[in-house]
Ligand binder design. Sequence first.
Ligand code: DQA
Length: 140
Amino acid sequence: MTIGIMNGPNLGRLGQRTPEIYGSRTLADLESQLRAKFPETALEFFQSNHEGALIDCLESWHDQGIRDVVLNAGALTHQSYALRDAVEGLGLRVVEVHISNVYRREPFRAHSLLAAVTAGQISGLGLEGYALAVQFLLAT
Ligand code: DQA
């Protein structure tokens, strides 16, 4: 089983971007942490600042047989009907992850367009949320 780990806009700058909210670890740190934690699981990583590139990647993963995705869509979570339609249309099993607790921040962050087409959501557990999401996908 291969699991896709997808990060959307501005998450390529983890470690530098408002570290008081998102912490000091980078996306590369996340990748090595997940690879070390799940050595027997094939993990594909993708980050883009562009909505269409994220959708292209989801289509490509789907065509390669990948059905399970950990998705932190960044602000596109709150904005993108197109990403939502891609998740639904491709029939992907998605766990939505947010590093910060989106319910303790600005009100616009409390609404996810993705939530209704995902298996579930992890919010506010830092980078640990990605590992918990992978664990869930492997266990179920
Ligand atoms: C985020 C929360 C979003 O509201 C924000 O736009 C992000 C990151 C998080 O991981 O906490 O870019 O998804």
